[in-house]
Design a binder for this molecule. Sequence first.
Ligand SMILES: [Cu+2]
Length: 375
Amino acid sequence: MNAPQVMRRARLELGVLLFALAALALAVLAVGAANCVGSDGGTSGSSSRAAAPPVARPIGPARADAVDVARDPADLPPPVGQRPPQHVVVELEAREVVGRLADGVTFTYWTFNGKVPGPFIRLRVGDTVTVRLTNAMESSMVHSIDLHAVTGPGGGAVYTQARPGETKEFTFKALNPGLYVYHCATPPVAQHIANGMYGLILVEPEGGLPPVDREFYVMEGDIYTTGAYGQKGHVESDIDKLMAETPDYYVFNGQVGALTELHPLRARVGETVRIFFGVGGPNAVSSFHVIGEIFDRVYDQASLTGPALTDVQTTLVPAGGAAVVEFRLQVPGRYILVDHSLSRLMRNLAGYLEVEGSQNPEVFRGQGSADTGGH
Ligand SMILES: [Cu+2]
């Protein structure tokens, strides 16, 4: 054979060999798949796993020492007021705490200062800010902070990776007004956020925001647990569900019932209300809506330096984003804060705004007694 013939022959033999190997591999896979289905009723393969109903895995009993981590939505500092830019020191502590997640369910949270969301930080544009983060001695993980209000690498995370017992700090100048999310930025970042490490920082524009009667601080998060939704006991974070973006719980202010049973928002007819609303996530996007109200003004994407949108029903807030909404109260009763992806309401994602005051039949009236539900 001449050289080209040798090459053709070699290619032919290689082709036959590869074909035989491929056939063998397919046969092995087929036998393996058959064994999986045969041995456990079809729950091993990835496709059959998706179709299987959720299985409650055994978990330990709920922890008796669990605390409420929910941040009261009325817990935020007053407006900065008319002052020149100054140097502000913000002290935060990363703290791992066992908290009540839902009725009969406890969860190991990772927090800033023991509550979810972390403290509401309030500044004005032009302030110089030193952020000092201490990681509690009892922590099991490294923690850090990335503030979206920061101009600089990592939003501060490059200087704040703190081991248990360490304190780290950095300083930045608040150049851009707005309402910004902050969060832990230690890998896996999504897990640190899902476990509760997020909050809001407001950089007021020069002259501040227009005065209102009441301000509230509300954040939404999604939580991934080793138990099924509602399964009673103590649960930890579940990395597989986090990777699949299939949360068990959606929460306002850290835990189920935070803004209904523990800390409902309260106001009176005739008052103006402002809600600073953020999404810690890590993954879910929120369609924020208040049942029975219309937002008179929405600072879309929490941009405070352009004109606000007016007369908005539902506002879209991205993961790691925020919005500021304002409205005036004309009619007493219970208004329900929801994410209008309403399957999440079926997981008890809701908050109450309880409004007291005189009836206003010109604006709203009915016959018979009112049913407080809706939607
Ligand atoms: Cu962390």
